[in-house]
Design a protein around this ligand. Structure first.
Ligand code: PLI
Length: 471
């Protein structure tokens, strides 16, 4: 798969730059927002960056979801949309791309990742069953719980320590899975919910050895593994870089091998696959596919469009192929690391090693004087916006939500503020601005006070909760 490009030639000649394998053809102007405007906008948004209007944002690092710049080829694909209600040719192109790059047999398109999570949860979880996963993700766990499942975190302990330098902090602790099987019985485990690069742990990867061993363990007990493949191409980069035997394998070959150890997977194509909307669910088992294909028409749309326009499926098919190009991933992770290195050099506490899609600032160490109940990571996101109009996101106690049974806050060990880098959107100079602003906020940390939550929605509260400053 690796073609001879300036990137790979650069490697041969000993150059180290991760420079992007593309140039810019169209630009979208950014607006600088004044301090007075930022103060007003933040207060109106209840100190929640999700509630800011994007017009009030200068550099938007809220998420890498649906925020990618599409390529000229993807835009050309949009013009080839076959908007037939049934049997659109774009669906077959998408099906072919998923079968080629992820290796799964039967494909169901969905409008985005959580649509797929909904269908998978409803068809595979019986109420009261356990769903072990390598750390929770917000929408994933909620859909599992709404289907009656009980999420159990089986990620290795190192993942909960922001300073631990384990190269595969997304790995499943096989001992924890074994213990759960012994305690609850294999029949009471719905499936293993495995994520490639673990978002909430800081974009941390899973090794090939780990998934291989997990599969062997699951086979002994007849348990299925379903993969959240949302950032699996990024996971493959870390395997290529860090795992013995994979340095000469392409990203595409690594993804294919990894997926072969799982029974199916789902995707928020808004991340790796470089589109603004779209997702899918794919399984190898025909009977499960039959159920999914039936259920998708209830919630998403016919099984050949799943809530998407034909043009969206075409852009997704093309984006899937582009996401597997070695040069693309190298530049993608290179940019994230560039920002991470600046912050590390300036002594700002971030999750190490730097992961795939974002820099996660360790808000506990950033604001040691703000207790977790006063939302240090939410506070940091608010302060960064106030300083420069840069939008980030809380990934701590607010995102973790409440235990559905007891009603108590979950208090995760990780209290993080995420600076998420959209794909192919911002430049190295933008990364410099982000680092400079964070440094100013860090220098002023001692004067900063926390927040109080004044409105809390029932589901996924981080999206719409409102806060007021303390003190
Ligand atoms: O936002 P969706 O519904 O397309 O996908 C949900 C979803 C599933 N899995 C993982 C690992 C995600 O990161 C994810 C969505 N993530 C968002 C929106 C994010 O900002 O990270």
């Amino acid at each position: 798969m690796t073609q001879s490009t300036p990137q790979t030639m650069g490697q041969q000649f000993g150059r180290r730059s991760w420079a992007e394998p593309w140039k810019i053809k169209m630009v979208e102007p950014l607006r600088m927002v004044s301090r007075a405007e930022r103060e007003k906008a933040l207060a109106e948004a209840g100190y929640n960056t999700f509630l800011l209007r994007s017009e009030a944002v200068y550099i938007d690092l809220l998420t890498d979801s649906g925020t990618s710049a599409m390529s000229d080829r993807q835009w050309a694909g949009m013009m080839l949309g076959d908007e037939a209600y049934a049997g659109s040719r774009n669906f077959y192109n998408l099906e072919n791309a998923i079968q080629t790059y992820y290796g799964y047999r039967h494909i169901v398109p969905t409008h985005q990742g959580r649509g797929a999570e909904h269908l998978l949860s409803q068809t595979t979880i019986k109420p009261g069953q356990y769903v072990p996963g390598n750390m929770y993700f917000t929408t994933t766990r909620l859909h599992q719980e709404m289907a009656g499942g009980i999420f159990v975190d089986v990620i290795i302990d190192e993942a909960h320590d922001p300073a631990n330098l384990h190269p595969f902090k997304g790995n499943v602790d096989l001992g924890k899975v074994e213990a759960l099987i012994q305690e609850k019985g294999a029949a009471n485990i719905a499936y293993i919910s495995l994520a490639g690069t673990v978002n909430m742990a800081g974009g941390q990867p899973v090794s090939m050895q780990n998934v291989r061993e997990l599969r062997a363990l699951c086979d002994r007990h007849g348990i299925k593994i379903y993969l959240d493949a949302t950032r699996m191409a990024e996971n493959a980069y870390f395997i290529q870089e860090r795992e013995p035997g994979y340095a000469d394998k392409s990203i595409a070959a690594i993804v294919l091998e990894f997926c072969s150890y799982t029974h199916g997977g789902w995707m928020s194509a808004k991340k790796d696959s470089l589109v603004n909307i779209g997702g899918w669910l794919a399984v190898n088992d025909w009977d499960l596919f039959e159920e999914l294909r039936n259920l998708v028409v209830v919630f998403e749309g016919l099984h050949t469009y799943g809530g998407l326009a034909g043009r969206d499926m075409e852009a997704m098919a093309i984006g899937t192929a582009e996401s597997m190009q070695d040069d693309h991933i190298r530049a993608r992770i290179g940019q994230v690391r560039y920002l991470g290195q600046l912050l590390t050099d300036w002594g700002i506490p971030i999750v190490q090693p730097v992961g795939g899609h974002a820099i996660f600032v360790d808000a506990r160490r950033f604001y040691p004087h703000i207790p977790q109940g006063e939302f240090p990571a939410q506070t940091l996101a608010a302060q960064l916006y106030l300083d420069s109009g840069i939008r980030s996101m809380e990934r701590g106690v607010v995102s973790a939500g409440r235990n559905a049974k007891t009603g108590d806050h979950y208090y995760p060990k990780l209290e993080l503020t995420r600076l998420t880098i959209p794909r192919r959107v911002y430049t190295q100079a933008h990364m410099d601005v982000v680092a400079e602003s964070l440094k100013i906020v860090y220098d002023n940390r001692e004067q900063t006070r926390g927040l109080r939550m004044v409105y809390e929605p029932k589901y996924l509260r981080f999206f719409q909760a409102r806060f007021e400053p303390l003190g």
